[in-house]
Design a protein around this ligand. Structure first.
Ligand SMILES: CCCCCCCC/C=C\CCCCCCCC(N)=O
Length: 527
């Protein structure tokens, strides 16, 4: 091994050893103030209505086999049962939702037309859904976890939310996110910390962690998340559900805080999160509005004719954790299963540029928090926040901000410098290579994160692990995170399925196959 490589290898080992010591120390100190108490999963979601996909629920409501009021009530009761444990829902609109459900039932009663016409016009009539609190939902809070935005109430709906309502779906509640939506743990000083239903000592991910947690707990069937570094896919992975980051520019990013603008819009995506793979395509189609036609979502996909690639890890990077054995094995099982089921060959390919993923994201995403910069967004608009001063206040327990938000603001300040030329070249080489591989009929498998759901706050010691998802925001490719059952310690396993630009339908088709092959969502309360 060349000297430089050996030095880097040694540095990586040393850094990992330091992180292990810090995490062990943290665990020792944190055990005294355990967040979430013992890993008590919620009781099983026993109501059969909670175990139907949104598509099936809509069909049964249209056919008068069940009423929307019954469905909405079942979800209200489930949220009331699980939320004290997971703290995923931060504000509900239950009474309004029940009134809207009753209106939906009356509409079904009065509709004398063909069921197909109703399905065409209102495909999700009477089905409840949840939304990440950073999106505008009329009459609901929209703080993005900032104390300075306490009391802010949306007067409108974000376009993605409006399109779901137009399709007949009923917003039930808004869910927790990380401060400014810029961290992989959903924790802020306005709503507190959200917990993973498979083990309440662990993170549900972020920043759409409230969505991930309430969906996995059976308190919602479909939800809306946003993703600029992995905030749909990491929560979907840690909570054992499906999450799709669409091709950028397909689903409107409007109606969110922080606002999407300029280059941020190139990397930020709004997308669906759900427990059942069959809901992904209809949800995406509705949320995409007029842009749905660009994805040819209703074109048949013959999985046997696709080309498959697998990349087991990022090739090794000193600042990113190595992929856990159980995730490497899980992805190998996916490869074997696809080959056995479809008669295809899944090619393992090296993409050496992936080892720079974190640097590519940091260099190329528009600042860490996007523009305007983090420290402006952390303020209430009238004043700037000085990260170093906030860090000092945090150390004294006097800051209204969380450590990750302060840390990101510091990084944002430092990142003002020019992106590195070398990293720009790596990104271009990676972009060309991946697009060459995928074309319009290829899919690529890649781990969603190096480790299964970490314990609360541990990600501050491994902040660059998000780069397993973040790199695809920069490449502008559609990705579906697919659950693969439960691994050691009964924590969800998963895999990212990546396709070429506008080829979202390929990832969605593979997701449905993997659900059949690996069982999809698992009830965290199931024995
Ligand atoms: C003290 C802890 C924070 C230190 C931060 C060090 C640098 C980390 C840089 C970037 C982390 C970005 C994480 C993005 C998570 C996903 C965001 C999203 N909305 O998709």
């Amino acid at each position: 091994m060349a000297l430089a490589a050996r030095i880097e290898w040694l540095a990586a080992r040393a850094l990992r050893a330091v992180v292990h010591v810090l995490v062990a120390l943290f665990r020792l100190l944190a055990s005294r103030r355990a967040v979430g108490g013992p890993p008590r999963p919620p009781p099983p979601a026993s109501d059969p209505l909670l175990r139907l996909s949104a598509v099936r629920l809509a069909e049964r409501i249209r056919r008068k086999e069940v009423t929307s009021v019954q469905v909405v009530r079942a979800y209200i009761e489930r949220i009331q049962e699980v939320n004290p444990l997971v703290n995923a829902v931060v504000k509900d609109r239950f009474s309004a939702a029940l009134q809207e459900a009753a209106r939906a039932d009356r509409l079904v009663e009065e509709d004398k037309g063909d069921e197909g016409v109703l399905k065409e016009r209102l495909p999700l009539l009477g089905v409840p859904f949840t939304v990440k609190e950073s999106f505008c939902v009329q009459g609901m809070p929209n703080s993005a976890g900032l104390l300075s935005r306490r009391g802010v109430v949306s007067g409108t709906d974000a376009p993605a939310v409006a399109l779901l309502k137009k399709a007949g779906a009923i917003p039930l509640a808004v869910t927790n996110c990380s401060e400014l939506c810029m961290w992989l743990e959903s924790h802020n000083h306005l709503y507190g910390i959200t917990r993973n239903p498979y083990d309440t000592r662990r993170i549900p991910g972020g920043s759409s962690g409230g969505e991930g947690s309430i969906l996995a707990s059976g308190g919602s069937v479909v939800g809306v998340g946003s993703d600029i570094g992995g905030s749909i896919r990491m929560p979907a992975f840690f909570n054992g559900i499906f999450g799709h980051k669409p091709t950028p520019g397909i689903v409107s990013n409007d109606g969110q805080h922080p606002p999407s603008s300029g280059r941020r819009d190139e990397f930020l995506c709004t997308g669906p999160m759900c427990r059942y793979a069959e809901d992904l395509l209809p949800l995406l189609s509705i949320m995409a509005g007029k842009n749905a036609d660009k994805l040819s979502l209703h074109a048949d996909v013959d999985l046997r004719k696709l080309r498959y690639f697998s990349v087991p890890h990022n090739g090794g990077s000193p600042l990113v954790s190595p992929v856990e054995r159980q995730l490497i094995e899980a992805q190998k099982k996916v490869v074997r299963r696809l080959e056995a089921d479809l008669g295809v060959t899944v090619q393992e390919v090296p993409l050496p540029q992936l080892r720079y993923s974190h640097h590519i994201w940091l260099d190329l995403s528009p600042g860490v928090c996007g523009s305007p910069h983090c420290w402006c967004l952390m303020g209430d608009g009238s004043r700037k926040v000085w990260p170093l001063w906030e860090l000092l206040k945090w150390l004294l327990g006097r800051s209204p901000h969380t450590l990750p938000a302060i840390g990101l603001a510091l990084v944002d300040k430092v990142l003002g410098s020019q992106p590195s030329r070398f990293i720009g070249q790596q990104k271009e080489q990676l972009q060309v290579r991946v697009e060459q591989l995928l074309g319009s009929d290829g899919v690529l498998l890649y781990p969603p994160h190096p480790r299964v759901a970490p314990e609360h706050h541990v990600p501050v010691f491994t902040p660059f692990d998000f780069s397993y998802t973040g790199v695809f925001n920069i490449l502008g490719l559609p990705v579906t995170q697919c659950p693969l059952g439960l691994g050691e310690q009964r924590l969800p396993l998963g895999v990212q399925v990546v396709a070429g630009k506008l080829q979202d339908r390929l990832c969605l088709a593979v997701a449905r196959h993997l659900e059949r092959a690996f069982g999809g969502w698992r009830d965290p309360g199931a024995p």
